[in-house]
Design a protein around this ligand. Structure first.
Ligand code: KG4
Ligand code: ZN
Length: 359
């Protein structure tokens, strides 16, 4: 879908070209004023990695190199624009796979230098939360944000786009990573989240009593390692090495029970953050925010507790470039422009492994 904005309207708006290449998806987007999506394209390498059971960093980096020039051209063509209409270039610069990040950062530098426009470095985790600005004029800050993706399951105090402070999160696996490993245990292939989501719809979530670590305490912590092991033993025997012991209905029940445990943990701690922070608004981003069970549960909690739950469209929950352009716009407006010697960082500045969060 491409929001058709007339060239006359665009004259008053700032157009940011965003590039995302932190993992295996290559994406390019054009966003006006940090919220109006003009065009976006994406090349997925998921099929290439299905046989490997996960992302191979060197292959991913090469995939970005091959995909980027064509995606930049086709995004501009989709919007009916040329490079002359681009006012700034934003790129996801951390965290991520270093080879993958380098491909996107290099492409962004070339475009910014050639056009003589600002280059904006964007934090991928912050961008997952800034995705709520797409298609929306008013976002009521401060709010509590949850990023639940393949690499993160963390809660943040959000003061403005790109102004976030870590409140807590997973002590081991990320929720998306747990979904992917659970799917592998159940023989469902990669990526696992969407497959478990689909099967959970017809499964019985009460069939297996899986753990919800830390749910009853008052810490902002989640853990999915024990849940993953509980599923493994249920599906493949006490040592986890037997052939799959579940039939088709049993696999659907395992998916539903596993998903319910993840949702209980994520939402339980989200509500704790809301109480502590005294906010009425929450934002949830990252690939796991596509999960239909999670979205239904969030809508329920919103009505029970009188909260506003901001969820990006599913395609802007998984990795995408529109969220990079959206946050890039806000950083640029605040004068946060990068130099052309910008170096990508495999660790982030906002996540649990950021230097300021290391204890
Ligand atoms: O945000 P994302 O695209 O990439 C990272 O930044 O990690 O998240 C990818 C993760 C994968 O682990 C994938 O299995 C999970 O999001 N995911 C889902 C769903 N769609 C994607 N998990 C649960 N339910 C879904 N529908
Ligand atoms: Zn992501």
């Amino acid at each position: 879908r491409c929001a058709r904005t007339s060239p006359a309207t665009l004259l008053d708006m700032a157009v940011v070209l965003g590039i995302e290449s932190s993992c295996d998806d290559t994406a390019v987007a054009l966003v006006a004023d940090g919220r109006v999506l003009l065009a976006e394209t994406m090349a997925s390498q998921a099929d290439d990695f299905a046989a490997w059971g996960g992302v191979v960093p060197e292959i991913a980096a090469r995939g970005h190199l091959l995909a980027l020039p064509g995606l930049i051209d086709s995004t501009l063509a989709q919007a009916g624009l040329t490079l002359a209409a681009v006012d700034a270039v934003a790129v996801g610069a951390w965290p991520g796979l270093i080879g993958s990040l380098l491909a996107g950062v290099t492409a962004a530098k070339v475009l910014a230098a050639r056009r003589g426009v600002p280059l904006i470095a964007v934090d991928h985790i912050q961008a997952h939360l800034a995705a709520i600005h797409l298609g929306r004029g008013d976002v009521p800050y401060p709010l509590v944000g949850l990023v639940a993706s393949g690499g993160h399951s963390h809660y943040y105090r959000c003061l403005a786009p790109g102004r976030i402070e870590l409140l807590g999160g997973t002590i081991d696996d990320a929720a998306g990573e747990a979904f992917d490993k659970a799917a592998a245990t159940l023989g469902l292939g990669y990526p696992g989240g969407p497959r478990i989501d689909a099967l959970a719809e017809r499964g019985n979530a009460r069939r297996f009593a899986f753990p919800r670590s830390f749910l009853a305490d008052d810490t902002i912590r989640v853990s999915f390692a024990g849940l993953k092991t509980a599923l493994l033993y249920q599906a493949r025997g006490p040592l986890g090495r037997d052939p799959l012991a579940l039939d088709e209905a049993g696999i659907a029940d395992a998916c539903a029970s596993f998903q319910a445990a993840v949702i209980d943990a994520l939402v339980g701690k989200l509500l704790l953050c809301v109480r502590r922070e005294g906010v009425r608004t929450v934002a949830v981003g990252g690939g796991v925010a596509c999960n239909r069970g999670l979205r239904v549960r969030l809508a329920h909690e919103a009505s029970v507790h009188g909260l506003e739950v901001l969820l990006p469209e599913p395609r802007h929950c998984t990795d995408n470039a529109a969220m990079i352009a959206a946050l890039g716009y806000h950083r640029w407006q605040r004068g946060e422009v990068a130099a052309l010697d910008l170096a990508p960082l495999p660790t982030g500045t906002a996540g649990p492994r950021a230097p300021e969060n290391r204890r």
